[in-house]
Write a protein that binds this ligand. Structure first.
Ligand SMILES: C[S@@+](CC[C@H](N)C(=O)[O-])C[C@H]1O[C@@H](n2cnc3c(N)ncnc32)[C@H](O)[C@@H]1O
Length: 285
């Protein structure tokens, strides 16, 4: 494991360190597997920003997403389908975690007169989005910011028709999500919509293991098809574990996100689509 040693247990064994690559507080469990120590992690710089603000990540990002999240296209379709707007409307929409601009692009295709405010903490991902959205730059404003900073940085934002997000909010802890959901609620106009596509964990360990297994099998098939590479399920499982650690993933059960929406003041909180670990859900102000 790379990084600098930070602490030892009473037998003098090292049990955790700030990993200089992952920017997260990591340790090892009894099986020697790398684990993230949640209680320590919250006080540290957020690893998600470092993980995505990386040229190698951006270069292969969209191909990797085709391998890891083939439902990204389906989920974006649900977002565009469920939003009850007309193609001709001049909409104001906030995209949280724009990444390389996939969802914003789909939203602009569905609603060609929409103005998008595209937020992401990773400047290099935003550069990728500018390339994808090069024909629509007059209708997109980019803001480099963490979600956590938004209530301070964009405190005059209001009257939005919708807030959307895709595969970005699972990096937040639940208390951060509640703060963000309250912020989203505050920037929406009355009856405005929030729609989020994301990944979730299940409370049941057997189901979780089954969902993960299906996920790994899908990745194995697509790795073969898209990248022409053969990988064992064990290899995929450990690569994904490493990636989730590096990205700072913090999956919650879907029910918790829905409850957080209610707690944030949304009048509805509903799941629109779900397949195993992935779902599209949202709320109306
Ligand atoms: C998996 S990508 C999803 C990008 C895009 N929405 C898509 O569907 O392809 C997650 C994005 O969220 C951004 N992100 C992660 N944590 C963030 C945070 N706390 N604040 C702002 N952006 C964050 C990352 O920089 C990254 O671009």
């Amino acid at each position: 494991m790379r990084g600098e040693k930070t602490t030892e247990n009473q037998d003098g064994e090292e049990w955790g360190r700030i990993d200089s690559t992952y920017r997260a507080f990591t340790g090892t469990n009894v099986h020697g597997e790398i684990i993230i120590l949640d209680s320590m992690k919250k006080d540290l710089p957020r690893e998600t920003v470092y993980a995505f603000n990386n040229n190698d990540t951006v270069a292969t990002y969209d191909m990797d997403m085709d391998v890891w999240h083939p439902n990204r296209a389906k989920m974006a379709s649900i977002v565009c389908e469920v939003l009850p707007f007309d193609k001709t409307e001049n909409l104001s929409i906030l995209d949280l975690g724009v990444g390389t601009g996939y969802l914003s692009h789909r939203v602009i295709e569905a609603f060609p007169h929409a103005k998008i405010l595209a937020v992401d903490a990773a400047g290099l991902m935003i550069e990728g989005a500018k390339l994808r959205l090069k024909d629509h730059l007059e209708q997109v404003t980019f803001q480099t910011s963490t979600f956590q900073e938004l209530p301070d940085k964009l405190n005059t934002l209001s009257n939005l028709d919708a807030v959307v997000s895709s595969l970005a909010l699972h990096h937040l802890y639940s208390e951060e999500k509640l703060t963000l959901f309250k912020y989203i609620h505050s920037v929406l106009k009355p009856h405005g919509w929030f729609v989020n596509c994301d990944v979730f964990k299940t409370a049941d360990a057997v189901l979780e293991a089954r969902f993960r297994r299906l996920h790994y099998q899908g990745i194995q098939e697509r790795t073969q098809k898209i990248k022409r590479q053969e990988k064992s399920l064990d290899q995929i499982s450990s690569e994904l574990f490493e990636k989730e650690t590096k990205d700072g993933d913090h999956l919650l059960p879907l029910g918790e996100d829905l409850q957080l929406l209610v707690d944030a003041g949304f009048r509805t909180a509903e799941c629109f689509w779900k397949e195993y670990r992935e779902a599209v859900y949202g709320g109306i102000k």
